[in-house]
Design a protein around this ligand. Structure first.
Ligand code: SF4
Length: 302
């Protein structure tokens, strides 16, 4: 039904469910890939109903041309689904060139990426992709701790995250990275926080956010997929984890946000300039669980 509606008003066919970062709310969303080529992370149910495939490039270019005829002033495009940077370089270049042709005012194309997909592309290829318009990648690093990454079956390591992201930076591609609070539960909380900070320190991303682990199919489902003992963090645990993480960051100029719907304490600011202010906000939340910054639905759990 949703597809029917899309066809009535727009020359695009979406295969749902579809996800995009909050900051892409005003972007044109294209879907050159369907699903996630990895699709095995223990906490992620986003694409489990989809079998990964790459759409025919001609079909996507037809959509771009048709939308360009209707809305040539589009400035931002996001490439879905879960890891469009897996696309071969030739495909990406063809797509980026079609976008430039149809949208003369285009100033940013972005996509979700996995570090391994950046590593397999050469420095020159990444530079070429950046110059053709791909300006920003969103990377769910999730954790900088190798033990946690293994337990959640991420298929990446702290080293691969650093290598892939530094390669992107070298090519001029900006990065927005995500860390998932509570991912390892109580047992791995400290190492998760400390090692995640080490990884982001090495990367120095332009944007950093923390989301909180949630259980769309229930806690037991996650426990079954987690390859170890999992004892969920309660809210004070999560606040302490966040405090350790932020406290251990040594960032020069990173925009930090914990304002995703899964977060209960919203903090925003520049790391490191506002690090002390953010730490004070977390401390205040720990000491005053009824404070206004905490989402009401979470207060019940404190
Ligand atoms: S790589 Fe990303 S989209 Fe794919 S399963 Fe993991 S978290 Fe989900």
């Amino acid at each position: 039904m949703a597809n029917e509606k899309c066809r009535m008003y727009y020359p695009l066919t979406y295969e749902e469910p579809m996800f995009r970062p909050p900051s892409e709310a005003r972007s044109l969303i294209l879907q050159p890939t369907i699903g996630c080529s990895w699709n095995r992370c223990a906490f992620c149910e986003m694409y489990t109903t989809k079998k990964f495939r790459i759409r025919d490039v001609g079909e996507v270019k037809d959509e771009i041309r048709a939308i360009g005829d209707m809305q040539p002033d589009i400035r931002k495009v996001f490439l879905a689904d879960g890891n469009a940077m897996v696309l071969p370089v030739d495909y990406l270049m063809e797509l980026l060139s079609a976008l430039k042709k149809s949208f003369p005012k285009l100033n940013r194309v972005s996509a979700y990426a996995l570090p391994g997909e950046l590593i397999v592309k050469t420095d020159d290829e990444l530079k070429m992709i950046n110059e053709a318009g791909l300006k920003l990648i969103y990377v769910g690093i999730e954790s900088g701790d190798d033990e946690v990454l293994k337990l959640i079956n991420k298929g990446e390591t702290a080293a691969s995250s650093v290598e892939g992201l530094l390669k992107a930076t070298k090519a001029g591609i900006k990065s927005s990275v995500m860390i998932l609070s509570g991912l390892g539960g109580k047992r791995y909380s400290l190492q998760h926080a400390e090692n995640s900070a080490k990884v982001v320190n090495a990367i120095q991303p332009e944007y950093l956010s923390t989301l909180v682990l949630s259980y769309p199919h229930g806690m037991e489902h996650y426990k079954k997929r987690f390859k170890g003992d999992f004892e969920p963090c309660d809210i004070p645990d999560l606040l302490r984890e966040l405090k350790i993480f932020i406290g251990a960051t040594e960032l020069d100029q990173t925009v930090f946000r914990s304002d995703h719907a899964s977060n209960y304490l919203i903090i925003k600011g520049n790391l490191g300039r506002e690090k002390e202010k953010m730490l004070a906000e977390i401390e205040h939340a720990l000491e005053n669980p009824g404070m206004a910054g905490l989402r009401p639905e979470w207060l019940r759990g404190l």
